[in-house]
Design a protein around this ligand. Structure first.
Ligand code: AMP
Length: 282
């Protein structure tokens, strides 16, 4: 399998494929791959002639240096996982110089307000970093389709907006959340949890499921209160936010309206590991 580190090499590889009328699927990741990532890659393999997977821990989307430093980096293991899935996958693993040159800085983006909700409020500059790296990667890879997990539902909506506003010719495809057997959403950060934390963190899924089950019979304020109360029983889990929002705008909902899709969003600290999750409610 090819692992390319150089953007020029990637661009010329893609050009050759395009000259042969091959379609390109793209899965951007930060590595430390798990079954969630591989499920996105498998979908891309099904729907495209060639799949490019990028593995790059993008510094501009981190607002917390410890999180950036502790982010697991496992390129060799990741390459083996991808090779076992399909040896024709092209892996793009650039370094910071290759992506940013001398200036590791973000451009500033507006996504019609989507960026001011939830993760945008709690992670300063995060979605500017996401927009910056994806603009660069889409330019290098020029994919026909790009795959993003609903695990980062806000990011998925924001990427759709980025592409629409900037006329980037790529179809953005969302993929359902892949979970551990205990319900915890798979995440590269789960590798930093102890066995006991890993078990306790499954409560996040259980509480989201309870909210989903009660959504048709309980008011939104009642559900918000219920979630807060449930977390009181787990002092090792620190609820950063829980909110029910409209899927389209991500604006927090105070009451339910007809013909509107809602989703519950949550961020929880388990020790110093920040976990996010979400679930469709109707
Ligand atoms: P990351 O490496 O965390 O930046 O994730 C790369 C892509 O994989 C993003 O589009 C994520 O939303 C997606 N992803 C991460 N975890 C999961 C999961 N558990 N289920 C589905 N997609 C995921």
């Amino acid at each position: 399998m090819v692992v390319l580190y150089d953007r020029q090499k990637l661009t010329s590889e893609v050009l050759q494929l395009k000259q042969q009328n091959k379609s390109i699927g793209f899965v951007p990741t930060m590595g430390a791959l798990h079954a969630g990532h591989l499920s996105l890659v498998a979908q891309s393999l099904k729907e495209n002639d060639t799949t490019v997977v990028s593995i790059y821990v993008n510094p501009t989307q981190f607002d917390n240096n410890t999180d950036l430093e502790k982010y697991p980096r496992l390129l060799e293991q990741d390459a083996t996982l991808l090779k076992n899935l399909d040896p024709n996958i092209i892996v793009f693993a650039p370094n910071n110089d290759e992506i940013y040159g001398e200036h590791v800085t973000s451009q500033s983006f507006s996504y019609e307000g989507l960026e001011h909700q939830m993760e945008g409020k709690h992670r300063d500059g995060h979605f500017d970093g996401v927009g910056t790296i994806l603009t660069i990667l889409f330019d290098i890879v020029t994919p026909d389709r790009a795959y993003f997990g609903e695990k980062d539902f806000q990011q998925l909506q924001i990427v759709k907006k980025l592409v629409e506003k900037n006329d980037i010719p790529v179809k953005i495809i969302g993929h359902p959340i892949v979970r551990e057997a205990n319900g915890l959403a798979m995440s590269s950060r789960n590798k930093r949890l102890t066995a006991a934390q890993f078990e306790e963190a499954s409560v996040i899924y259980k509480i989201l499921t309870e909210v989903q089950q009660k959504f048709s019979t309980h008011s939104i304020p009642k559900l918000n209160a219920l979630v807060k109360e449930r977390f009181l029983k787990y002092p090792n889990l620190k609820l950063e936010y829980f909110q029910i929002a409209k899927e389209a705008t991500l604006v927090e909902a105070k009451r339910k309206m007809q013909n509107t899709k809602y989703r519950a969003f949550i961020a929880v600290f388990c020790g110093d590991v920040r976990l996010i999750d979400n679930m469709a409610l109707n």
